[in-house]
Design a protein around this ligand. Structure first.
Ligand code: IFM
Length: 455
């Protein structure tokens, strides 16, 4: 007998609410050197001994570069409105400056046209971390030159695809690039230097604002925005030390990004805390960063609990913990969305990533991933709750369509709603994929019902 599946969340979602699925280029494409693609900092980082838990890399990944038609059929079968994917910058501009690669751009043109033919809206991310290695050799995101290279890249992509893309995200999770990549050094490019990390964060935000201006100057029809990974951050205890530590962490990971994007300034308390590690700004930077957006994307996986005395043991919460060691805490998503709506003047909000890694068993052609299905159902309900509280939610996307390369964790952590057998590249929709498909079909039926029918 199959395990029980969770009920469909019965919250009201507005007409036009966008349901989707998302992966990113480096995590699924493979074909690391095909058709003139240049290397990225993640190709380089994977070669560092010990950088990736299972010693793997993105050379083949899910071989999506060759199997994209099959993958688009899977997406269409899910019945989603939108597919969020990222473009590999070194695939379309191998050195990150100078000549663009027609073959690389052609791949994404075929992908976008294939989505549109299947009735799925393309949601493109320009930077999901795989910076061209040649730019890193010149200093990468720590240099102002990379800001201008990114704006040129964004403008070229806009010229090729701006007429067919529903939404363009500049950067995915700038906090991860700055903090994990340049302060903790656990992600590419593996730098450990706080002042560099803060300069990187500033350049990412600046390049976002300038890219929006360049795309708007072209008259793009795409909606424009950025995607931040945010969590509600609370103290482990009520002590003043824990509360101060939580405030600072909130400042560094939430307000450091939200304040300049929506208020045109950096948070004073964090700036003071950074001292000499605060970034160098030029006149006009803050105005550029605060260029109005059409949407804000949020990636949510868990809450953060901060203790002044060291890492907090999430297992003490008694909640389910995912394979990433992250506590399952859907209430935190409602809390986060409500707080964002309260504290900043926001455009429509999307959850652009939400999902979980669990240990899956493929048995008899099925994966009964009850925990992942429960996780997704509970987080969709949390978005519904935020809507009921007046938060302008416009969409929700599951991370991820396919099992894929989970960065420093390699292939051991599986986030997909579709199982991938990496040896054969066979795709098998898990029970969570079937549940999500049925939920979306049920939603469409409800929308077709006469107004006034109880949800
Ligand atoms: O796989 C990542 C993704 O690339 C960015 N957001 C978090 C996901 C899970 O760790």
């Amino acid at each position: 007998m199959n395990p029980p599946t969770p009920l469909f969340p019965r919250h009201r979602f507005p007409p036009g609410f966008v349901w989707g699925v998302a992966p990113s280029a480096f995590q699924i494409e493979g074909a690391a050197e095909a058709d003139g693609k240049g290397p990225s900092i993640w190709d380089d980082f994977c070669r560092r001994p010990g950088a990736i838990a299972d010693g793997s890399d993105g050379r083949v990944a899910c071989d999506h570069f060759h199997r994209w038609r099959e993958d688009l059929d899977l997406i269409a079968m899910q019945g989603v409105d939108a597919y969020r994917f990222s473009m590999s910058w070194p695939r379309v501009q191998p050195l990150g400056s100078g000549a663009f690669n027609a073959a690389g751009l052609g791949f994404y043109e075929r992908l976008v046209d294939g989505l549109l033919q299947r009735g799925v809206k393309p949601y493109l991310t320009l930077n999901h971390w795989d910076l061209p290695s040649a730019l890193q050799a010149g200093g990468g995101w720590a240099t102002r030159d990379t800001v201008h290279r990114f704006v040129d890249y964004a403008a070229e992509v806009g010229r090729h695809l701006g007429d067919r893309i529903a939404a363009i995200t500049t950067h995915n999770e700038p906090w991860v690039i700055a903090t994990l990549g340049h302060e903790q050094g656990v992600f590419a490019p593996g730098v450990k230097h706080r002042a560099t990390a803060m300069q990187v964060a500033h350049h990412l935000l600046l390049s976002h604002g300038l890219a929006l201006q360049a795309l708007r100057a072209q008259g793009t029809r795409s909606r424009l925005g950025i995607v931040l990974n945010l969590s509600p951050i609370g103290p482990a205890t009520d002590s003043e030390a824990d509360r101060a530590a939580a405030r600072l962490e909130d400042g560094r990971s939430v307000r450091w990004y939200m304040d300049p994007l929506f208020l045109g300034r950096y948070p004073q308390d964090v700036w003071q805390h950074l001292g000499a590690d605060a970034p160098q700004l030029q006149t006009g930077d803050l105005e550029a960063i605060a260029t109005p957006m059409d949407f804000l994307g949020i990636n949510y996986y868990t809450r953060a609990v901060v203790s002044a005395s060291g890492p907090f043991d999430v297992r003490s919460s008694g909640k389910r913990i995912t394979e990433m060691g992250w506590e399952v805490h859907p209430e935190g998503l409602t809390e986060l969305l409500t707080r964002l709506h309260r504290d900043w003047p926001l455009p429509p909000l999307y959850v652009k990533e939400n999902g979980a890694a669990f240990q899956d068993q493929l048995v008899g052609g099925r994966v009964h991933d009850v925990e992942r299905t429960d996780y997704i159902a509970a987080h969709i309900a949390a978005v519904g709750e935020a809507l009921a509280r007046g938060v302008p939610m416009a969409g929700y996307m599951v991370w991820s369509l396919l099992d894929n390369f989970e960065w420093a964790s390699g292939y051991a952590k599986r986030f997909g709603i579709v199982h991938v057998d990496y040896a054969s590249q066979k795709r098998t929709p898990k029970d969570s994929a079937l549940w999500y498909r049925d939920f979306l079909a049920y939603r469409r039926e409800r929308i077709a019902e006469p107004a006034g029918t109880p949800a």
